[in-house]
Design a binder for this molecule. Structure first.
Ligand code: PLP
Length: 359
């Protein structure tokens, strides 16, 4: 068996230790005589698994007791609709457009109310986070929406907008658990698991209790936060196995020292790669320095053929999935929590050699 360094943006690498535990528990979970995939979601065993996962996520993110944690299906994409369906009461919301995922959230929300796009960085292909002027915020908005980390472009907010009494809603799909956030600053956080938290098939929603209310009769039962919250994410069959793996990832993170320790490692990994890019005569990063992501690092040589050659040769050397998103081109190294420091070092070594060999 040989494992590659997988720089995929998502689904992405999982910690080897987590995969090993899943392997060891595959046929017989804790003496149950069956796999987690085979057990009833109403069993005592599964109840332990989902409750432990929630408790560990609460501990890791220091989630206040007046927030509910939900494990839902439909991916982050379904949250683009669930957020307005459930939170739109007065019919107005503010959005910041920082890329493809924000745009999709905006167009979905437009089906449910009036959307005010307070700022956008589309003029420069989303290579920065726009300056936000609170004077342009709607005081009567039902919520204010941001994407904390922009997976495709490699930008992230380093400062959260001050939205006063208007609840802040965040799509944290690609940087949840990567750095410390004060959950109490948010009304709602959601994150698809398959970037930085586990396998595809589950999305975590962290929602302040006062935002959970009755929704219009037309809202499908499965898409009501209230129903999901009242049933502890077990209204119907949840994505049992994905939640179990997320739980193992949470345990792995706790053992490592929690999010502060993880953040430190992430900052070191990102700094190594940015440092190299800033001093390279061949490669350069594409994002404004102040807004650089710790998770997704796009870079280019400035020559399409050379970019393609780089991706090909990197793959041959066990450094895979470095091709940039089709809308941006070039390369992108996604270095989520599960990417070891060693993987980033290997990538930099390879880039150095490539630079020398292709002068
Ligand atoms: C990947 C991604 C999504 C889409 O996630 P799905 O689970 O595929 O719906 C949404 N937002 C961000 C920031 C992402 O990185």
């Amino acid at each position: 068996m040989s494992r590659v360094y997988n720089f995929s943006a998502g689904p992405s690498a999982l910690p080897v230790e987590v995969l090993e535990i899943a392997r060891d528990e595959m046929l017989d979970w804790h003496g149950s005589g069956m796999s987690v995939m085979e057990m009833s979601h109403r069993s005592k065993w599964y109840d332990d698994i989902i409750k432990k996962a929630e408790a560990d996520l609460r501990e890791l993110m220091n989630i206040p007791s007046n927030y509910k944690v939900l494990f839902l299906q439909g991916g982050a994409y379904t949250q683009f609709a669930m957020v307005p369906m459930n939170l739109m009461k007065k019919g107005k919301a503010d959005y910041v457009n920082t890329g493809a995922w924000s745009k999709k959230a905006i167009s979905e929300a437009r089906k449910y109310g009036k959307i005010n796009v307070v700022a956008s960085s589309e003029d420069e292909t989303f290579t920065y986070i726009p300056e936000l002027n609170p004077d342009t915020f709607s005081l009567d908005a039902d919520y204010f929406y941001i994407t904390t980390n922009n997976t495709i472009y490699g930008t992230r907010y380093t400062k959260l907008p001050e939205t006063g009494n208007v609840p802040l809603v965040a799509d944290m799909s690609s940087n949840i658990l990567s750095e410390v956030y004060d959950v109490s600053k948010f009304g709602l956080i959601f994150a698809g698991a398959q970037k930085n938290m586990g396998p595809a098939g589950v999305v975590a929603v962290i929602i302040r209790e006062d935002l959970i209310s009755d929704t219009a009769l037309e809202v499908p039962t499965m898409l009501q936060y209230k129903v999901q919250a009242e049933n502890g994410s077990l209204f119907n069959t949840p994505p049992c196995y994905s939640i179990y793996i997320c739980g193992l990832v949470y345990e792995w993170l706790k053992k490592l020292g929690g999010i502060p320790a993880m953040q430190k490692i992430n900052e070191e990994k990102a700094a190594m790669l940015y440092d190299f890019l800033d001093n390279s005569s061949m490669f350069r990063g594409t994002v404004h320095k102040k807004d650089r992501s710790l998770m997704n690092i796009p870079f280019v040589t400035g020559n399409k053929d050379l970019d393609a050659k780089f991706v090909k040769e990197a793959t041959e050397n066990g450094l895979v999935n470095l091709k940039g998103h089709r809308s941006v081109g070039g390369m992108r190294a996604s270095i989520y929590n599960a990417m070891p420091v060693e993987g980033v070092k290997k990538l930099i070594e390879f880039m150095k050699d490539f630079e020398v060999n292709n002068k």
